[in-house]
Design a protein around this ligand. Structure first.
Ligand SMILES: Cc1cc2nc3c(=O)[nH]c(=O)nc-3n(C[C@H](O)[C@H](O)[C@H](O)COP(=O)(O)OP(=O)(O)OC[C@H]3O[C@@H](n4cnc5c(N)ncnc54)[C@H](O)[C@@H]3O)c2cc1C
Length: 283
């Protein structure tokens, strides 16, 4: 049994979080409701974010765009701004669950739930997104590299709420690709890879980002792969050598796949993502 609360403002929500012991926020309910059903989560209070003002928006600035925490995944899927400014996210979002779950599921809910295989989390790791949080002491920003702490664990405190994420722009004309392997369409990925590349006028890679989801307890940036790409002219040998760095990932093994299999998937998906990003960057 829990009490239900329906605040109208962020300030009211933060006040409730501070005053109510053992409370949980409800966004789209696509992860929380199953957790309640299975008694995996047993809150005394559920605080519904669906009527809180100001959390559902996609807005733009010169160098970044912002997605409010309560923005539905389906709205991201159809956003022209996002297709233009972050095609990587546009490519990843249709892989998040099913049309029905994306109609209700929110960007903030997915990121706060922090499943290591969640596509939106992997995109945020690749793009160096910044997370805006509010708690009893006001607002603070957390970079993606510090937000995901481990399996379903983030840097947010229990009395804090995720307000929005900001995704900084990559140079126009950059290459991107999101690749994943899931047992069935709509399932969480066993492993995924998100790549971003910028290629200079001389054909050499000037900037690279590779994030792998589902392999470890949180999305991972593979710095060694990025270092092996920057300064290189694109070639199958270079892509293969860069992707091979994923072999060193400290992968998790579970009922879905052993660690060795996840490492192998990471190498293959990283190579495919880099190749596709390269071909898109080179026109
Ligand atoms: C059949 C099915 C398939 C799915 N497949 C995938 C998949 O392939 N990939 C994938 O990524 N996801 C998948 N999901 C999960 C889905 O994306 C969820 O929408 C998402 O994980 C949670 O978002 P939500 O808005 O529903 O949040 P909720 O379920 O309402 O909340 C999830 C958690 O986040 C917390 N929370 C929510 N909003 C905030 C906030 N603003 N600040 C702080 N904490 C907050 C809640 O307290 C709760 O702990 C699937 C779900 C289902 C049911």
């Amino acid at each position: 049994m829990f009490s239900y609360h329906s605040p109208a403002t962020v300030a009211e929500t933060v006040g409730l979080l501070a005053s109510l012991e053992n409370s949980m926020l409800l966004a789209g309910g696509q992860s929380l409701m199953p957790m309640l059903n299975m008694r995996y989560a047993q809150p005394d209070h559920v605080i519904d974010l669906n009527h809180v003002d100001g959390l559902d928006h996609i807005s733009e600035d010169a160098d970044w765009f912002e997605i409010g925490a309560m923005t539905r995944q389906r709205d991201v899927e159809f956003s022209r701004e996002i297709k233009r400014r972050c095609p990587l996210l546009a490519e990843a979002i249709p892989l998040v669950g099913h049309r029905q779950t994306r109609n209700r599921g929110t960007v903030g809910g997915s990121l706060s739930h922090s499943d290591p295989a969640a596509e939106i989390s992997t995109v945020c790791a690749a793009t160096d997104a910044v997370f805006r949080i509010q708690g009893p002491n006001g607002e603070r920003d957390i970079p993606a590299a510090e937000f995901f702490l481990g399996f379903m664990t983030t840097a947010m405190e229990l009395d804090e709420i995720l307000l929005s994420i900001r995704i900084p722009d990559w140079e126009s004309g950059h290459g991107y690709a999101f690749q994943e392997f899931a047992r069935r369409h709509g399932d969480f990925a066993i492993v995924s890879a998100a790549a971003l590349l910028t290629v200079g006028a001389d054909g050499r890679i000037t900037k690279a980002s590779l994030a792998v989801g589902g392999a470890g307890p949180a999305p991972l940036r593979i710095a060694e792969t990025e270092a092996r790409l920057v300064g290189q002219p694109g070639s199958p040998e270079c892509f293969e050598a860069a992707a091979e760095a994923c072999r060193e990932i400290e992968a998790i093994g579970d009922v879905h796949a052993p660690a060795d299999y996840r490492r192998q998937l990471a190498v293959v998906l990283a190579r495919r993502a880099i190749e596709t990003a390269w071909s898109r960057a080179s026109g």
